[in-house]
Design a protein around this ligand. Structure first.
Ligand code: HEC
Length: 126
């Protein structure tokens, strides 16, 4: 009986330490929570919407609200879960030309690119 309780306690402790370890590791690498559209909006606002907004945006692509970002141009530019199939991502890293922002350099910095990649990878949530 005593042994069972000790074992249970140790199991609990191990589980707790694992969870705590994951939590700390995540906190160091990237935002611990899944990024949402709100997290990437400041990047679009700073670097994209001077062109990609209004009545006649290039290729019809507006980046000033979630619905239009997900609608894309005449085709989607964000494929949830697949940054490498998302022209929005390929354009900001320069794998699709012309690289965005169209008036760069400067291009987006490493953190901005990483955040957009993570946002797409984790489902491109609103
Ligand atoms: C100075 C104006 C300007 C800025 C700023 C700009 N773009 Fe563009 N964007 C364009 C133009 C013009 C095109 C048409 C592309 C071409 O020349 O082929 C385009 C095309 C695109 C496309 C391709 C759409 C498709 O259907 O293939 C994507 C994706 C895109 N831009 C994303 C962005 C993102 C993300 C940003 C901000 C990081 C950005 N753009 C900033 C002008 C701009």
């Amino acid at each position: 009986m005593k042994l069972a309780r000790t074992t249970a306690f140790l199991l609990f402790l191990a589980a707790f330490l694992c969870a705590a370890g994951d939590f700390i590791a995540l906190g160091q690498q990237s935002p611990a929570k899944t990024p949402s559209y709100n997290d990437v909006v400041p990047i679009f606002q700073k670097h994209c919407i001077q062109c990609h907004a209004g009545a006649k945006p290039p290729l019809g692509l507006r980046l000033d609200n979630y619905e239009d970002v997900m609608k894309g141009s005449d085709e989607p530019v964000v494929v949830p879960g697949e940054p490498k199939n998302s022209s929005l991502f390929l354009r900001i890293i320069g794998e699709q030309k012309p690289r965005m922002p169209r008036n760069g350099p400067p291009w987006l910095n490493e953190n901005e690119i990483a955040l957009i990649k993570q946002w797409i990878m984790e489902g491109a949530l609103p």
